[in-house]
Design a protein around this ligand. Structure first.
Ligand code: NAD
Ligand code: ZN
Ligand code: ZN
Length: 344
C-alpha cells in the first residue's frame, strides 16, 4: 500500500487551498525526500495562490518555500547530504549550475531555476522532494520553527541590505515591517546601520522599535517622505522596500538620499511611476533583488545561530492555512506564521 501524506493544494487561483491526502513522493536520481517539520508562510505564497504575477505556477501545486525538515530518503547518486540531516527547502529549489549567472553565483536569475512552492511542490505538505545541491544547511542550535522564516524572509532582507551598499553608521529605510521587514531591521542593526522603519501600522512600527529601529515613520502621514529626509539629514543612503504595496515604491524612491540606492524586493503586481528628473539629477540607483545565493543563505543563517537575529513566530497547524492567508491579506499577521508539523 502506498503511504500517504497531508498537503494543502492550490487547485484554482484565488480560491481556498484544498486539504488532500496524496501519495508520498519518492526521490528520483539526484533528489532527496525531506520530512517537513516546519514551514513559514510568506506573502509570496499569497501572490502564488492568487496568481498575481505574469509567470504563473501550473495548477495544481503545493505552495510553501520556508520549509525545514529532516532528510529521510536519498535518490540514486546523492552524496551532498546524508539521511537524518536537517535542511531547508527554499524558494531557489534548483538551478542549472553552469550558465553565466550560475557561474557568477547569481543563480536566482538562472533561466532554468525552479522555485519551491511555485514551479515545484513546496512545504505545505508532510514530505517534500528537494535538490540536495540547493538545500539550506540548518545550524544545530536553531529549532526548525525559528529557522523557517530565515530561509526566505531572512536571506531576502539580508541580501537586499547588502545590495543597498549602505555602510556601517549610514542610514537605511526598511519599508514594510512584516515577515521580511522585522528581520530586515535586525540584520541592518547587526550590520551597523542606523535604521528608520516605515509601515502603515503603528503596532508594526512599535515592534520595529523594540527590535532596535532608531526611528519610525508612519507611511500614511502626508509628510512621510519629508519626515524621513529630516530624520536622516537628507534621505537614507539605502532603502529596502518589502511592502507589498505600489504606493510604498514611489514613496521609497523619494526617501533615498542623493547617490543612494533603493532596493526593491516587495512584489505587488503592477508598475509604479518613477520621478525621472529626481532619479537622474540625484544619481539614485533603483535595483531589484531576488532572494540570494547559497553563500548569502549560509551567512543569513549564521547571524541567527550567533543570536543576532531572531524571527518572531506564531505557530499554526496546516489545517489553519486558509485562515492564515486571510489574515496575511488583511495585514493582521504580526510577523511570521510558521506551520508546525511536529506537534499538530
Ligand atoms: P507581510 O505581509 O508579512 O508584510 C508586509 C508589510 O508591509 C506589513 O507590515 C504591512 O503593514 C506593510 N505595508 C503594507 N502597505 C505598506 C505601505 N504602503 N508602506 C509601508 N508598509 C506597508 O509580507 P512579507 O512576507 O514580508 O512579504 C513582503 C513582500 O515581499 C511580498 O510582496 C513578497 O512577495 C515579497 N518577497 C520578495 C522576495 C524577493 O526575493 N524579492 C522574497 C520574499 C518575499
Ligand atoms: Zn518568501
Ligand atoms: Zn543557471
Amino acid at each position: 500500500m502506498t503511504q500517504k501524506m497531508h498537503a494543502a493544494v492550490v487547485e484554482a487561483f484565488g480560491q481556498p487551498l484544498v486539504m488532500k491526502e496524496l501519495a508520498i513522493p519518492s526521490p528520483g536520481p539526484g533528489q532527496i525526500l525531506v520530512k517537513t517539520e516546519a514551514c513559514g508562510v510568506c506573502h509570496t505564497d499569497l501572490h502564488a495562490v492568487d496568481g498575481d504575477w505574469p509567470l504563473k505556477p501550473t495548477l495544481p501545486f503545493i505552495p510553501g518555500h520556508e520549509a525545514i525538515g529532516i532528510v529521510v530518503a536519498l535518490g540514486a547518486g546523492v552524496t551532498a547530504v546524508k539521511k537524518g540531516e536537517r535542511v531547508g527547502v527554499p524558494w531557489l529549489h534548483s538551478a542549472c549550475g553552469h550558465c553565466e549567472f550560475c557561474l557568477a553565483a547569481r543563480e536566482p536569475v538562472c533561466a532554468d531555476a525552479e522555485f519551491g512552492g511555485y514551479t515545484q511542490n513546496g512545504g505545505f505538505a508532510e514530505y517534500i522532494i528537494a535538490d540536495p545541491n540547493y538545500v539550506a544547511h540548518i545550524p544545530t542550535n536553531l529549532t526548525p520553527q525559528e529557522a523557517a522564516p530565515l530561509i526566505c524572509a531572512g536571506i531576502t532582507t539580508y541580501k537586499g541590505i547588502k545590495e543597498t551598499q549602505a555602510k556601517p553608521g549610514e542610514w537605511i529605510v526598511i519599508s514594510g515591517i512584516g515577515g521580511l521587514g522585522h528581520l530586515g531591521v535586525q540584520y541592518a542593526k547587526a550590520m551597523g546601520l542606523q535604521v528608520c522603519a516605515v509601515d502603515i501600522d503603528d503596532g508594526k512600527l512599535a515592534h520595529a522599535q523594540q527590535l532596535g529601529a532608531d526611528a519610525i515613520v508612519n507611511a500614511k502621514a502626508a509628510d512621510a517622505v519629508e519626515a524621513v529626509k529630516k530624520l536622516t539629514g537628507g534621505g537614507a543612503h539605502g532603502v529596502l522596500i518589502t511592502a507589498p504595496s505600489l504606493v510604498a515604491f514611489k514613496q521609497a524612491v523619494g526617501m533615498t538620499r542623493k547617490w543612494g540606492t533603493c532596493v526593491l524586493v516587495g512584489l505587488p503586481p503592477g508598475e509604479f511611476p518613477t520621478p525621472l528628473f529626481d532619479v537622474v539629477a540625484n544619481c539614485i540607483t533603483i535595483r531589484g533583488s531576488f532572494v540570494g545565493n547559497r553563500i548569502d543563505m549560509a551567512e543569513a543563517l549564521a547571524f541567527a545561530a550567533k543570536g543576532q537575529v531572531k524571527a518572531d513566530i506564531e505557530l499554526q497547524p496546516l489545517s489553519a492555512i486558509n485562515d492564515v492567508f486571510e489574515r496575511l491579506k488583511k495585514g493582521e499577521v504580526p510577523s511570521r506564521v510558521v506551520i508546525d508539523f511536529t506537534t499538530h
